[in-house]
Structure formats: structure tokens, C-alpha cells
Ligand binder design. Structure first.
Ligand code: SAM
Length: 292
């Protein structure tokens, strides 16, 4: 899978303008580097395929998109010219547009134009690591909102995590994951089980005490109000094991809306039976334990 954003396209064009014959560039949004040749008509890829300078220029003009390079068949089965396709789609289920948005690190996903990870003063992967640090995953983990799969993937890497169950409402999000190099571990990892459904409904299907940890990383309240409700928190408490831990992402605790949302969440978590509720400001959320 070859994916480029304006960041790599710009590097390639500036190397071309300096007259370079080749360079190392990332063709997977920053995960690794590949050597490519810079030829008069465009880029020569390692598999023999090519990408025109016009196509690369068009990619530099879109700072909000990531582009999957789709191969057109060449002569006698040799790879031909690649055509960039923007990674975006419209969800029939939720009536929302989804797209992959580049950053200098891992990309985020935009849902109705809203980023699903922090990108200001950080990047989506550092944001994920803060969530993991606060959640302290162990045993059986429930990840309530798959998104790009970053929290599920990072939790699954930990030796003391036995299994991660991750739920995503919208198959469109998983289609975006399929085209995101940073999400691939979601699809070939025995420790991760994916469920497609509404976490609000799905959580009712798990037995009492099924999970040691819950990572609850919902979208903004305006996109998923149910996932901030007392009813949902009661279910979360029920499916946690004794002394189990919940991490709940909420939003910037310093912002006016984040402050009031956090106060409301803490109140409802208490009503739902959670104890030792503490703010986790670096992770923009709160952590809470299931009381005895
Ligand atoms: C903030 S993102 C999650 C990011 C994720 N933790 C990651 O590491 O990439 C929220 C995701 O929740 C999904 N979502 C929205 N409502 C949902 C629901 N009721 N149940 C499950 N997933 C939902 C959205 O489609 C979106 O993909």
C-alpha cells in the first residue's frame, strides 16, 4: 500500500527542482523510508510503477488529504502509472463524511470535518500514548471506539494485555483504516477482536466483570451523546472487573467546554458506581475505578 500526503509530495518536488536523480521518501505516511528515482516524467517507484509530476503537484495542493496510489495495469503485466485517490468516503449509515488527514506524524481521521485525535501541539500517536499511559491497559481490554485503531493497537502490544475487544459504529471508519498504513495491525493481530456496532448497545451484551480495563475514547459529545450518558456509564461499570479501571477521553480540560463536560462526566461516573475518579489532564480525560 502506497500512501502520500502533501508533506512527502512537497519533498519530492523540491528534490526534483534541485535536480536530484533519486531520494529516500516515505510512501507510508512516515512509517518507513523507500528509495525512489526522480525521472523526467515523474517518480519511479521500487516496483517499476510511476507517478507523474502533475499528480504530485496536485497532492501538494491539498493539505487536508492523504492519497492512496492506485496502480493502473502497465504493458505485459509490468506496473503502470499510479493514480492518486483521496482517502475519503461518505457513510450512508451515519450520513457523515470520513477522511484521512495528514500530520507530521500519524494521520488522524476527520468525521464531519472534526479530527478524532489531538493534533494541536501534539500528534495522533503521542495523543494515543498519553491515553494508554492513563488507561494502564492489562488483562482483557474493551476499547469502545475503534476509530483508526491506534488505542487498540497500542494496548495489544503490551505483554500484560491478554486481549482487546474494539467496537466501531461505522464500517466507513474501518474502510479508512484499510487505507491507513498506521492502522494495519488492526487487521492481522490475534489479540484484537473487532466488533461493528454501537457501543451503547454492544456493551449490554458483555457479561458482568468481563473486562479489566476500558478505554473510552468517544467522538465529541455532539456526535455521540449516548456515550456520555449515565446509562452507558452504568453498563461500563457493570462490565468492569473488581478494581477495574476506566479511562475516559473528554477534551481539553483547560477549555470552557472541556471543563464543564469533565464536571458532568465525573458526576455521572460517580452516580454509575465508579470510585477514585481522577483527572488525567495530559490525556485530556479522567480515570476511574470500579468500587468494591
Ligand atoms: C475519537 S475516535 C476513536 C479513536 C480511537 N481510539 C483511535 O485510537 O484511533 C471515535 C470513533 O468512534 C466511532 N463512534 C462514534 N459513535 C460510536 C458508537 N456509538 N459506538 C462505537 N463507535 C462509535 C467513530 O466513528 C470514530 O471512529
Amino acid at each position: 500500500m502506497l500512501v502520500l500526503s502533501h508533506i512527502q509530495a512537497r519533498d519530492l518536488l523540491s528534490a526534483q527542482s534541485r535536480g536530484s536523480a533519486g531520494m529516500d521518501v516515505s510512501l507510508d505516511l512516515g512509517l518507513s523510508l523507500t528509495s525512489v528515482l526522480l525521472e523526467p516524467h515523474g517518480l519511479r517507484l521500487p516496483d517499476g510503477g510511476s507517478l507523474t509530476w502533475e499528480a504530485l503537484t496536485a497532492i501538494t495542493e491539498d493539505e487536508n488529504g492523504c492519497y492512496l496510489l492506485e496502480q493502473t495495469p502497465g504493458v505485459s503485466e509490468t506496473p503502470g502509472v499510479c493514480v492518486p485517490r483521496k482517502i475519503q468516503l461518505y457513510s450512508e449509515l451515519t450520513d457523515r463524511p470520513y477522511s484521512l488527514y495528514p500530520t507530521s506524524g500519524a494521520p488522524t481521521m476527520l468525521v464531519s470535518g472534526l479530527p478524532m485525535h489531538r493534533i494541536k501541539d501534539t500528534d495522533p500517536y503521542r495523543d494515543t500514548l498519553e491515553k494508554i499511559k492513563a488507561a494502564r491497559p492489562a488483562g482483557n481490554v474493551l476499547d469502545t471506539c475503534t476509530g483508526l485503531g491506534y488505542t487498540a493497537i497500542e494496548a495489544s502490544k503490551l505483554a500484560h494485555v491478554a486481549h482487546v475487544t474494539t467496537i466501531e459504529l461505522d464500517p466507513a471508519a474501518l474502510q479508512i483504516c484499510r487505507s491507513n498504513p498506521w492502522s494495519q495491525a488492526l487487521f492481522d493481530n490475534q489479540k484484537i477482536t473487532q466488533i461493528i456496532g454501537d457501543s451503547f448497545d454492544e456493551i449490554a451484551n458483555f457479561p458482568d466483570g468481563a473486562f479489566t480495563r476500558i478505554i473510552h475514547d468517544p467522538p465529541y459529545f455532539s456526535l455521540a451523546g449516548d456515550l456520555y450518558s449515565l446509562e452507558f456509564y452504568r453498563q461500563a461499570c457493570r462490565v468492569l472487573s473488581r478494581n477495574g479501571r476506566l479511562f475516559h477521553y473528554i477534551g481539553d480540560p483547560e477549555s470552557k467546554s472541556g471543563r464543564s463536560a469533565t464536571a458532568g462526566v465525573i458526576k455521572r461516573l460517580e452516580q454509575a458506581g465508579f470510585r477514585h475518579i481522577e483527572r488525567a489532564p495530559r490525556a485530556f480525560g479522567v480515570v476511574a475505578r470500579k468500587g468494591f
